[in-house]
Design a protein around this ligand. Sequence first.
Ligand code: SF4
Length: 306
Amino acid sequence: MVRIEIDPGAGFCFGVEKVIGKAESMLKEGEKVYTLGEMIHNTAEMNRLHSLGMQTLDHGDLSSLKPEAILIRAHGEPPSTYKLAEKLHIRVIDGTCPIVIRLQKKIRQAYEGMDRDREQLVIFGKEDHPETVGHLGQVSGDAVVIGSPEEIAKVDPGKRVLLFSQTTMDPDLFREVEERLGAYLKKHREAFPEKSPDASPGNDPEPLLRSSCTICGQMKKRKPGLAAFARKHDLMLFVSGRHSSNGKMLYQFCRSVNPNTYWISGAGEIDPAWLDGVTSIGVSGATSTSIDQLESVAGQLRKIAP
Ligand code: SF4
């Protein structure tokens, strides 16, 4: 008999659960729900919400359609979106995750307090990810975004760095960015001491890099939990939308721990041949994958398992 287990650490993160709960309760009350941009990177879940009556709008639709109200997703929005909604008399129902709101504030305050001639803001994140777009909006776009340790050459080595991260990035990659960036800035200071504003003789120079690991705690604990879970099973099925950045990262990590891992977006993608000779199957997913989706995959496995 094949053992099938759902990862106890999987399911929606707190921010996603909260905004989806909000949308569902509004729909139940018979209210119209318009969200701005894809609420989560999970097509199956988006289809479910659309079937309940939710509609997804683009930013460009705001001026033409002028909905009565819009629901802001957990990733947040830049200030320009709130201003536009106010101008168009559109009520904003803010579903931004409180952790993202705190980070937006932190980035804004760091920017306001920094010496822009000598310091620069760097965000480790995906340039087109809605959360990072929201952070950039806090500082009028005046920040360097790097999506991987390989991109540190985008940073001006002649300025000190204040480093933050999008909440859903990989904590191990963040540490690598920190290390490489620190070495990059130090190398430049040693090679061109005259170009370093802090290197006046007799003075202790200010740190070249001030880093704040702002990756969400829910993300940080996912990898160790997933590793322990993936090691226990012969076969791992990782469920998430193809556009989910943390889904991609967690799938790749899961596969590095258990090479017999497959990435699927739903029960319909299970290949029965994967089950040949396996005695235990683990089912896990991204922070935007619901427990219902994991259960539907587990249910399908129970039907076809030998
Ligand atoms: S990953 Fe964390 S910060 Fe991002 S939406 Fe989820 S709970 Fe909020």
